[in-house]
Each structure stands twice: as C-alpha cells, then as structure tokens.
Design a binder for this molecule. Structure first.
Ligand SMILES: [Zn+2]
Ligand SMILES: [Zn+2]
Length: 369
C-alpha cells in the first residue's frame, strides 16, 4: 500500500484498486484517456471555460489482445437481493482477451460493461446452478446481444439440468422484440441460430464440460442442495474448474463443505469460493430451529445455514485441496451491512486463515486478479 493510500478511507482505497485493476485489464491503457477526458470535461463544466476545438481524430487502432489468464469479479453480492454497491453473482475468466462468464446474476450486464469486457463478444457462459441470483441477467444479456446487431458467433450456455430449457425460455422472452424489430428494422438474424443451452451432468468426480484452444473446463456436483431436496427434484448445482496454459481457477458456486469440490480443486491457483460470516450462519441456524419448533422444518434460514459455507468450511476445503490462493465472493452479509470495510474483511478472513495458510483475498466487484 502506498503512503497516499494510507490517507484514504477503506472505500476510497477499494475504488482506487478497482480503477487500477481496470487499467491493467485494458492493458493498452485504453481506459485511461477516457478517464482523463471525463475529468477535463468536468473541470470545464465547473469553470465555464469553452471546450477546445476537437482534434483531428487519429485513425482507429485495435488494441492487441493482452495475453494471459485473468479472473475478473463482476458481482460479489451474497444471496439474492438488489443493492447499489455490488452486483449479484458473476465472474469472468479472460484468456488471451477471450472472456468466459461464470454465472449471470442481476447487475452483471452493467459490470461487464464497467469492466471493459462488454457483452457482445461473449460466446461462453457457465451457470453453476439455476437460483435467480445466478441467472437473472441471462435473458437481458442474450436479448441485448441480439439487439446489439453485431453478434455473429453463437453464445453457448452451459449449466446443470434445466439450462437448455432456461435458454429456450430466454428465446421466448425475446420473441416479441425480435418480431417487432424484424418487421420494423429489417433484421434478418434468427436468435435460435445464435443462442444454445447445454445441460451438464452433475457428477461426484471431475467431468469435462468443454475444451478449446485456450481452456479446459471440468465440473463436479457441489453440496448446495441437500439429499432431502435432490430426492424430490432433478435440479443440481455445479462447481467448475478452468485450466489454461498459465493458471487454474476453481469456482465453487454455492455450496456447503464438499469433498467433490476438494477433488476438483486439487492444487488450483485460485479458489473462488462463496462465504457467509460465522455470525450469519449462527443467526440462520437459530432461526431455523425456531421455525422447526413452530412446525416449519423447511425454512429459508435452514437453507442458508445448511447449504452455504462458513469461513471455516472455506478454509478446510482450501487446505485439503492445497490451493494457492482463496478468493472469497458471494459474501454474506453484503456490502450494505458491512460498515467499515476493514472490519468486515477480518470477519471473513480470520476463519479462513484459522484453517488455511495461503493467501486470502476478499472479493469486490470489478477486482481483477
Ligand atoms: Zn447464490
Ligand atoms: Zn444458490
């Protein structure tokens, strides 16, 4: 941390880190002239000075793709809920400038744009499970990919059983828009030729989901739905592992402690894991007991307590899998309740560090690792 950083509030430090990360993601520094131009126009607005004559535009140049593998956290909010400070769950793995999206909760379309990844060149989406805090922006994303008009390559959406149906439903959501714009704007592309959903089997040991020249993705079933629920439904939840030339990155999705995930995550560079504070777990456990005593054994509180991970659970999985770095996301409590960020960091990290000796990072939206 620099000396000037020490004078900033935790929130200002977080914003500075996010901006620095964005500049690194842009690689070519393309984001920096935009920030400078915004600052200059704000300064003119304050002084009333006339705008300078527009310079002759430089010929357009396409920035060279930045090589390497990067993790971009797009949404780190825990659980379903809408707030200003964090988007619902979404992350991207960017390999040699090609993005792969993991989950697509509400707000991820905005943070995709904010991260400079954008949404038009996104061809691969993986859903860990079909809870709405992981899928809400999917219809909006596919819809805007079609309406944007520039997309010519397919978008493939992978996820557990029900994903193909979800994409078919998104096409149905799109239908009226497509009918109107086809008649009124002369559009010719049938969205059914662009958007494809794929159901992925939920297995105990790692199974290959996809492989291309940049990445291999494998999956296991996570421990987000207890046996009492999976006995009554076909829905399952998945964890994914990305292996590229340089790095391995594991996304647990939502889960309680899981031996399947330990086997998936063996030796991974980055272990991106959901996390609820120990106090959140204890509150929900107490509420679940009250609900059960009142005759309601299946409550939201029981779901939260039994099917998510405490910092200790995260640390035990990370230590047993011998991962290098833990990245906490899908954080409960969320940012709105956090108050002083530095205090909240310890509420997440202390429990992980009690079990795991490697690096622990508390995720924020637009963080690039
Ligand atoms: Zn969730
Ligand atoms: Zn969930």
């Amino acid at each position: 941390m620099s000396g000037s950083d020490l004078e900033l509030s935790p929130t200002a430090r977080a914003r500075r880190r996010a901006l620095a990360s964005l500049a690194r993601l842009a690689g070519t520094g393309a984001a920096l002239p935009l920030i400078a131009s915004l600052a200059a126009s704000r300064a003119r607005a304050q002084t009333g000075a006339p705008a300078p004559a527009a310079p002759t535009p430089a010929p357009p140049t396409r920035p060279a793709p930045q090589p390497g593998t990067r993790l971009v956290l797009l949404g780190t909010h825990g659980g379903p809920g809408i707030e200003q400070n964090r988007a619902e769950t979404a992350s991207a793995v960017v390999v040699d400038a090609v993005p792969y999206l993991v989950d697509c909760g509400y707000g991820s379309l905005r943070t995709l744009v904010g991260s400079t990844i954008g949404y038009q060149r996104l061809d691969t989406i993986l859903l860990t499970h079909l809870h709405d805090d992981h899928t809400s922006d999917l219809p909006a994303l596919l819809s805007h990919q079609w309406t944007g008009g520039a997309k010519r390559t397919p978008t493939d959406v992978y996820g557990p059983a029900g994903t193909a149906k979800l994409v078919a439903a998104a096409l149905e959501f799109l239908r009226a828009n497509v009918e109107i714009r086809t008649v009124d704007e002369g559009r010719t592309i049938d969205p059914a030729t662009l958007f494809h959903g794929h159901d992925v089997a939920a297995t105990a040991s790692p199974t290959r989901v996809l492989a291309d020249e940049r990445v291999t993705v494998t999956a296991v079933e996570s421990a987000h739905y207890p046996p009492r629920s999976t006995a009554k439904m076909s829905h399952r939840a998945l964890a994914y592992r990305f292996d590229t030339k340089e790095r391995s990155i594991v996304f647990t999705g939502d889960t309680a402690y899981s031996e399947n995930i330990v086997s998936l995550a063996k030796g991974a560079d980055l272990f991106v894991c959901e996390c609820m504070a120990q106090s959140v777990y204890e509150q929900n456990l107490a509420r679940a007991k009250e609900a059960e005593a009142a005759g309601n054994p299946v409550s939201v509180a029981r779901h939260v307590a039994e099917t998510h991970s405490t910092p200790g659970d995260v640390g035990r999985m990370a230590a047993k899998a011998k991962v290098k770095t833990v990245v906490l996301n899908h954080l409960l409590p969320g940012a709105r309740q956090l108050g002083e960020l530095d205090y909240a960091l310890a509420t997440f990290t202390d429990g992980v560090r009690a079990e795991f000796l490697g690096e622990v990072i508390v995720g924020q939206d637009l963080m690039v690792l």
